[in-house]
Design a protein around this ligand. Structure first.
Ligand code: SF4
Length: 81
């Protein structure tokens, strides 16, 4: 492996997506955390704490489950570019 391979390998570990939440739309019931408990935690008031920054490909799949589970459409994925 050359030194030039390292950046390419690290790029493959990223999905190019991040998870966003609209706190004004979120109802704080927590279905997203039940759907993706490994990446979304609830704060003391029941509102989701989502991962900061770009998601790994595996976490993107988990985040997609959370987006699909949200009854208020308060979560979405967006490109990091
Ligand atoms: S499922 Fe949606 S509305 Fe419910 S806590 Fe999560 S982001 Fe908020």
């Amino acid at each position: 492996m050359s030194a030039l391979d390292k950046p390419r390998r690290s790029l493959k570990r990223q999905s190019g997506q991040r998870l966003r939440v609209d706190p004004l739309v979120c109802d704080g019931i927590g279905q997203c955390a039940m759907a993706a408990s490994s990446i979304i935690h609830l704060d003391r008031w029941g509102y989701p704490v989502i991962p900061a920054g770009e998601l790994s490909p595996a976490d993107k799949g988990r985040a997609t489950r959370a987006v699909n589970a949200c009854p208020r459409q308060a979560l979405w994925l967006e490109a990091t570019d």
